[in-house]
Each structure stands twice: as structure tokens, then as C-alpha cells.
Design a protein around this ligand. Sequence first.
Ligand code: AMP
Ligand code: GLY
Length: 425
Amino acid sequence: MKILVVGSGGREHALAWKLLQSSQVEQVFCLPGNGGTASLNRCKNISLQVDDFEGIGNFALQENISLVVVGPEVPLAKGITDDLQSKGLKVFGPTKAGAQIEASKAWAKSLMQEANIPTANSAVFNRAAPAKSYIKEHGVPIVIKADGLAAGKGVTVATSLNQAVEAVEAIFNGQFGSAGEFVVIEECLTGQEVSVLALTDGLTIRPLLPAQDHKRIGEGDTGENTGGMGAYAPTPIATVNLMERVQKQVLNKTIDALKAQNIDYRGVLYAGLMVTTTGEFKVLEFNCRFGDPETQVILPLLETPLEELMLACTEQRLEEMPPIEWKQGTAATVVVASGGYPGTYEKGKVITGIDEAEATGVTVFNAGTQLKQQLITDGGRVLNVTGVGENFEQALQLAYAGIEKINFEGMYYRRDIGYRVMGNG
Ligand code: AMP
Ligand code: GLY
């Protein structure tokens, strides 16, 4: 098989790396890819943009691609799947209609409410004045969300009325473009976040190992939200009992609700949950794709060949597949970012020590990197240093020991990934 992976982050490096472990996979193309995918054996970067559907379609047909795997949400929300499917290609990733589950928070909320899926109480507004009245009526803390895709920057957890009002104004001021036509205002939930990524063919849905991300830039979960600064899987908060309830109350209900709207959803459904200390949970958001960096800890533990699962999804025969098999143990990843991220940062810094790090037993997934004469930084989140061990201590120790070998000017990483599991939270 030849497989095309669309995207350029750590998630896509991990997808390409995992797919290439199967003897059935002859070649992976990564589009546009990064410095890490450029360095993988039997993997080639293709310099096309992820929204150049015509170019991608032509390339895939010309190369006889068996499966297109779409990493990021933006091309999915723009309809890459519809476009490529109409050319006869097999695509792992939902259609434009299905991607609304991430691309419109208001749409996702109404789907959850209609299907009776546990989620925070909320209201949707298209004008500032009634939104502000609602905030005053409900008080703080309160959560303000731009409806559309905002690259992880559209959510404010407001602790003062001023902050809440300013967030509403920023959304309606056009700061988020068409993503800010509507605002979703939501009850503030507390607890621990769990990412449940599930594979679906639109009829059957099966969860992968539950993971926990660390969204804030600062240690102890402080400071600004980011795309994710580190993750581990499986997370002990998601007990077998919790996962059974998630299957019934979230995953099955969501697939049924999508089917009822004639939406044929084949790919990953990612439910972001808030879990309270008593084991209650509510859905914070849905994503229509693999999580980043969750994928970088889930895939190293996956035993079942990934392309078999993905093909079963695109060919609607997931039900026939044997149970998904996993390695024992734990995976942890620590994101190494450019100094200044998630604000402004410089690019083009030379990265050293990747081979030395991998010699210690970690896998270094590249995110914002480029391979020129040397490997250089090319984004905010630069590397994901991933350790797999028998337990959390081992996995985290490995990841942090690996990072010691790596260097680039201004590099930053959180030193407390996994602190909750390690009993410090
Ligand atoms: P979302 O894009 O909806 O997942 O929001 C991004 C982040 O904002 C989440 O990962 C949470 O950390 C936080 N968040 C979102 N909704 C809520 C909520 N209702 N209560 C508390 N925190 C939230
Ligand atoms: N790690 C969060 C996300 O992928 O949205």
C-alpha cells in the first residue's frame, strides 16, 4: 500500500511512523510534512498545501494512493474528504458535514443537547448585547467560546465579568473572522480533562486508549492555553467503568445522532471530557481528527496495524475487526517549544541532539521543524520527545532524559508533565 498523510505536525509524524511499521505499507507520502517525516525511511514529503484539494487529488491518483489520512481539522472543515471521495479515493477523515462537530461549537452543542449527551449548560448568541446580559445574569467563572475554528485560541475561561465581556467583544470585533459570527457561553466545569479518541466507520465506534493532555504553557497548568504541551496514555482517571459510560453515553449516541442527520462519519471522533473527582463527566468539545500530542502517546502503544483499522473505517467494516490490541505499559510525551510560544517566537534555530536522544530509547516526533542542510525550527511546538515504559515513572524519566540531549536556542518545555499521576496534583 501507498498511503498519503495530510498535515505537518507531530501528529502526522507519528501517523507516518506508525503506518510504516506495517509490512503492508510500502511507502508513505506526507503533505507537506516536516523535518521528521523527511528523515523517515520510505517516507517522502510532498510540497503541496493542505487546502490544495485539486493538487492533492491529482497527486493521489497519479501515485495510486490506497488511503488518504487527513491529520488537521482545517482541510476537513473545508471538505477535503468530499472532494477526494468524489475522485474515487479512500479517505480516513469525516466529510465537511461531519467536521462541523469541531468546526462549529454551536452545532456540536445542539447535537449534544438533542441526543442527551452530558455537556455543560450553554447558550448561543449572534450579538454582543444579549451575550453580555447572559453573562451578568450567570456570573463568573464562565466560559466564552468563538463558534468556529480558532487554532485553539477561541476559548476564554473568564474569572471576572470584565474578562468575560472583553472576550465577547473580541469575538464580535472580527478578531476571529467568520469563526466569530456566533459565541457559545458555557457553564465553567472543574475537574481533570481526558481525551477519548475513537475510531469510527459511521456505524461502529471503538475508543483508543484514553489520554491526558496538558494544555497550558506554564507548569502547574498556569498561563495561556496552547495546542498541548505534553501527554500520556493510558490515563488512570479513565477507569474501565468510566470508559463504558463514555461508550454508551457519548460515543454511541454521537454516532446515532450523526446517522440520523445522514452524516456518514468515517475517521476519528475525539471527545474532550471534563471528569470530576466523583467520576462524573461532561463533554467539553468534540474534535473531528486525531489529537496532537495525544496521538504521539497513543500510537506507540498500538499493536494492531493502524492501516488495517483505518481501511476498516473507510470501508465500513469496523464491526468485523477483532478487538484493538495494545502493548502493556505507558507512553508519555513532552513537547519542546520555541521560546515565546504561544505568543511570538523566532524560527530557523538549528536543532541538535536528536540522534543522541533517540539512542537513549525515546522517539522524537517532529512538529514545527524543517530539514534544510540541518534540522531547524519552523514553528511554535517543535518536538515531541516520547518515552514508553512499564509505568508512568519510567516513561516520563525516559522522555526527560531524552530531552537532556536536545538543544536549540530558546527551547522551552514543561518539567511537570504527568505531575497529577505522579501524585503531585
Ligand atoms: P475547547 O476548545 O472547547 O476544548 O476548549 C479549550 C479548553 O478550554 C479546554 O481544553 C478546557 O481546558 C477549557 N474549557 C472549555 N470548556 C470549558 C468549560 N465548560 N469549563 C471549563 N473549562 C473549559
Ligand atoms: N491536544 C488537543 C487537540 O488536539 O486539540
